[in-house]
Design a protein around this ligand. Structure first.
Ligand SMILES: *Cc1c(COP(=O)(O)O)cnc(C)c1O
Length: 409
């Protein structure tokens, strides 16, 4: 027996990602007896299969930056001047002007969200988050002794926000609303008018709109991405917006850990100052990675992004059409990002009671791994990531089809 019993802090104890416990339920039990090779449709890491590579200019810039030894040192904790000015330039438009002072760089978009929410939340406060939605917002809020309340996305309406549920969820301790567009896990993209309606609710209720736009511009034919700041500007620019984005998804380098916050509009100076103070704790993101990101943003990588969207669209279509007409499933055509949420009707199956059951049995019998909707706060859906090569997605679709037939009620 050791003489020491070192206890973690209360904060550490309440910092728990709910996905883990749910995934453990799916993975519980004996290992799959299926002889087929595992197809993971569960991973939100686009680099996993090796079919999606970052633009050459980014890789070259990283190598040259390292060799130059000009970027080995510390930079301002809230971001190196080059990158802040590249972000400001590439996200400004005819309506929205960012200066480098409006940008705070962090270790990934997750780090940016953490900075923002730490800067905003006191114990007992809450933020509104989408349901279904990305679990990280809740993890961060809970870690601060704050909480989340949910507003609904409606699957019957292309996952648009149920505006009434949004308005009704605001209470006296609500400080902000997270709007994730394009959406993880839904793969949906909001139109401009819908974003105006969402901002109007935020304005009416006096809560800060916070955009998680890490998938900005990753949209397919027929959809267009509008940033919250752009939409606020079009409404007269009276509604302040803080948005986060980063290199992880749009440039296919989640491992680089570069993300940022962008402050748009009036009334945000104190919050921005607070967030910059907070950035002093970890002294910012990797300098080399910031420099390389700056080079890629300055270039714009227009062709690369066009090709990436086309590839993702092809993969999304392959996934959707291979599941189309599957017994007991309803497909909602994805419009962007890397995900789709597939609805399942337990009544159509003889021995599957919910999404946890479905994903667990699918893994066991067909070695296809998809995350249950419960991970994202909604039952009887599963999330499929379409980052895998087209042929692999078609193979997964075929196995899911057989699985659904095998369990038909
Ligand atoms: C991947 C993801 C992030 C985090 O991105 P990092 O830059 O890797 O931290 C944030 N929000 C959503 C919705 C994501 O899917």
């Amino acid at each position: 027996m050791s003489a020491f019993t070192i206890k973690p802090s209360e904060k550490a104890n309440r910092t728990v990602n709910p996905i883990r416990a749910i995934v453990d339920q799916v993975l519980a039990g004996p290992p799959s007896t299926c002889p087929l090779e595992r197809i993971p449709l569960s991973l939100g890491d686009p680099t996993h299969f090796g079919n999606l590579l970052p633009p050459d200019i980014l890789t070259t810039a990283l190598k040259e930056s390292a060799e130059s030894h000009k970027y080995d040192g510390y930079v301002p904790a809230f971001g190196c001047p080059n990158l802040r000015s590249s972000v400001a330039n590439s996200f400004s438009s005819s309506n929205v002007t960012y200066t480098p002072d409006d940008i705070v760089v962090a270790s990934g978009c997750s780090g940016a969200l953490e900075l923002l929410l730490t800067g905003l939340l006191n114990e007992g406060d809450n933020i509104l988050v989408p349901k279904p939605g990305f679990p990280l917002y809740e993890v961060i809020a809970n870690s601060h002794g704050a909480s989340v309340k949910y507003y609904n996305l409606n699957p019957e309406d292309n996952w648009q926000v149920d505006l009434k549920s949004l308005e009704d969820a605001v209470d006296s301790r609500t400080v902000g609303v997270v709007i994730n567009n394009p959406s993880n896990p839904c793969g949906s993209v909001f139109g401009k008018e819908h974003l105006k309606d969402i901002l109007s609710v935020c304005e009416k209720k006096g809560v800060l709109p916070m955009g998680d736009e890490v998938y900005g511009n990753m949209v397919f034919e027929g959809s267009e991405f509008f940033s919250l700041a752009e939409v606020s500007a079009e409404m007269g620019g009276k509604i302040p917006v803080v948005s986060c984005s980063g290199m992880a998804k749009q440039y296919l380098v989640p491992g680089m850990r570069v993300g940022w916050l962008m402050f748009y509009g009036e009334g945000l100076d104190a919050l921005k100052g607070g967030v910059k103070n907070l950035s002093q704790v970890v002294l910012g993101a990797c300098h080399l990675a910031q420099q390389a990101s700056s080079v890629a943003l300055d270039d714009g990588c227009v062709e690369f992004k066009k090709e990436l969207n086309l590839k993702l669209q092809t993969q999304a279509n392959a996934m959707a059409s291979s599941l189309q007409g599957c017994h007991g499933l309803t497909i909602i055509q994805p419009q962007g990002a890397m995900y789709t949420m597939v609805k399942l009707d337990p009544k159509k199956f003889k021995d599957i009671k919910d999404d946890i059951d479905f994903t667990k049995m699918l893994l066991d019998e067909k070695n296809v791994f998809a995350l249950p909707g419960t991970c994202f706060g909604i039952e009887n859906f599963f999330r499929a990531v379409y980052c895998a090569p087209k042929e692999m997605l078609e193979e997964a679709g075929q196995r899911i089809r057989e699985f659904c037939e095998d369990h038909k009620a």
